[in-house]
Ligand binder design. Structure first.
Ligand SMILES: Cc1cc2nc3c(=O)[nH]c(=O)nc-3n(C[C@H](O)[C@H](O)[C@H](O)COP(=O)(O)OP(=O)(O)OC[C@H]3O[C@@H](n4cnc5c(N)ncnc54)[C@H](O)[C@@H]3O)c2cc1C
Length: 452
């Protein structure tokens, strides 16, 4: 029998005091020590902060060791002989990618009802093969759960919006979407609250634990045939010089490469000459609940709710071992990754409107990360200089896990000059850096390098 919500008192965890496994550290620090252990080799292996033994000229340099940069470096490690991956953190995967919840939701949210949803669908179709390959090559178990998604209508008005505006688009996409009423929704997911009016089932959506993908990618990149790794190294400028790209690190070290990929997440704007306002950070906070003996969610749930006169997102996703990850906040313009008391209160208040039973469960972890937001919510994938040497692969906002396989695939096709099909051209068109008017030329040597 599930505990019933007991009103706002639950926000103070009267039965289960909050257990913050992060022990006052940020999630990034927590993930680094807990998920990767000591990660032998990352800091003492083929690369170190000094990088004295390293080459200074490469076929490809990838800036940023999140899911996008690591995915691209992993894909190209066998194709190009000299690849270097640089990250400012002491380990790979300490940015947004380990903080993501892990919903693979191609058709969720207003932006995905447009062309971005089709790109995300292509990525979803690539997901099982991509994950299986990373899992088998790294020896890491990365469960990919076929949970499906219930886009929950918290009230009647939202149910009508889903029926009138969302369903026609989803039906045209032929993804098996189904509109259901409140009773059907509660039969599907008994933890849903009594006010839930129904929702839309998207049966093909998947769930994964992003930190496990980062764990697998890290192991592969550390193995034989992996790239040179330069960690605790901050790139301060990337300059195209017609015959090569010059990459300057804080401290003055200079590397050159035929091509450079900028996959620096929410900090990419400092390395790319794109107009002001294209990129912005969007902090997101999330929590994990333990559900010992109470059962887990049977399906991912997402809802828009109104609280304090503002719209908020409720998102909850089951892990294979019964944990439930839930959140999330969208804090535009905020770029720190420290979970706050306000964030926790907001998440629990919003969850109580949709999945009240969840708020009675012990909280086992809280964390925050920074999404690489873009002004039109689509990623930025393509060359930004006339000589096609600097490739932007960033701006994935709240979709970077979902879009990782298609981004890696397209980046490889661009960098290796492989044939592109109809879908590729569609996806490259909507993520083209050229869509931002007045795209200036790449940074020149006469400009001051930008730190961070
Ligand atoms: C709370 C939360 C929940 C989310 N849930 C989902 C979800 O369910 N599904 C989904 O699809 N997406 C989700 N996302 C979004 C997803 O996490 C991001 O879109 C994705 O991780 C971006 O990956 P990235 O590799 O571009 O960036 P990051 O993972 O941030 O990696 C960028 C890397 O670049 C490095 N770097 C930056 N600047 C420099 C520099 N100058 N020099 C050297 N290195 C540098 C950083 O250290 C970092 O390691 C969520 C995000 C958050 C915060």
């Amino acid at each position: 029998m599930l505990d019933e919500p007991k009103g706002p008192a639950f926000l103070d965890f009267p039965e289960a005091p909050p257990i913050d496994l992060c022990e006052g550290r940020t999630y990034a620090e927590f993930a680094g020590s807990q998920l990767f252990g000591e990660t032998p080799g990352v800091t003492q292996g083929r690369g170190d902060a000094e990088g004295e033994w390293m080459a200074s000229t490469y076929d490809l340099i990838v800036v940023g060791g999140g899911i996008i940069g690591c995915g691209i470096a992993e894909r190209l490690r066998g194709e190009l002989s000299r690849v270097c991956l640089i990250d400012q953190g002491p380990k790979l995967g300490l940015g947004a990618s380990s903080a993501a919840i892990g919903g693979i939701n191609p058709h969720l949210g207003d932006y995905c009802l447009g062309p971005l949803g089709l790109m995300a669908q292509h990525s979803r179709d690539l997901f099982p093969g991509w994950i299986n390959r990373i899992a088998s090559e790294s020896g890491t178990a990365i469960p990919l759960l076929p949970t499906g998604l219930l886009q929950v209508a918290a009230g009647k008005k939202e149910w009508e919006r889903l029926a009138d505006e969302v369903m026609p688009i989803l039906l045209a996409r032929d993804i098996g979407a189904e509109l259901i009423d409140g009773d059907h929704a509660r039969a599907l997911e008994p933890m849903l609250g009594p006010d839930v009016a129904g929702g839309v089932v998207q049966p093909r959506d998947l769930a994964v634990e992003p930190a496990l993908i980062m764990n697998g990618l890290t192991r592969i990149l550390l193995g034989d045939g992996g790239p040179d790794l330069l960690l605790s190294a901050t790139v301060i400028s990337v300059v195209s010089r017609r015959t090569e790209v010059v990459v300057t690190l804080a401290g003055g070290r200079v590397l050159t490469a035929d091509r450079v990929v900028v996959a620096a997440g929410h900090l990419s704007h400092a390395l790319l000459d794109l107009p002001d306002g294209v990129f912005f950070p969007v902090k997101g906070q999330a929590m994990e609940f333990a559900s010992p003996g109470r059962g887990s969610l049977s399906i991912q749930c997402d809802a828009l709710v109104i609280a304090d006169g503002e719209e908020h997102v409720v998102f909850a996703l089951p892990r294979p071992d019964g944990r439930i990850a839930a959140g999330v906040t969208f804090e535009k313009g905020t770029a720190d990754n420290v979970p706050t008391a306000e964030g926790r209160t907001s998440i629990l208040r919003n969850l109580a409107l949709v999945l009240p039973a969840l708020t009675a469960m012990p909280v086992t972890r809280r964390w925050a990360g920074v999404r690489p937001g873009t002004v039109d919510a689509a990623p930025v994938l393509g060359y930004v200089d006339d000589d096609h040497r600097i490739l932007a692969a960033t701006g994935h906002y709240g979709m970077g896990i979902t879009l990782a396989p298609v981004t890696v695939d397209l980046a490889a096709k661009l960098l290796l000059d492989l044939p592109r099909g109809h879908e590729d051209r569609h996806d490259l068109a909507i993520s083209s850096p050229g869509r931002f008017s007045g795209l200036p030329a790449a940074r020149t040597e006469s400009q001051n390098p930008i730190a961070h």
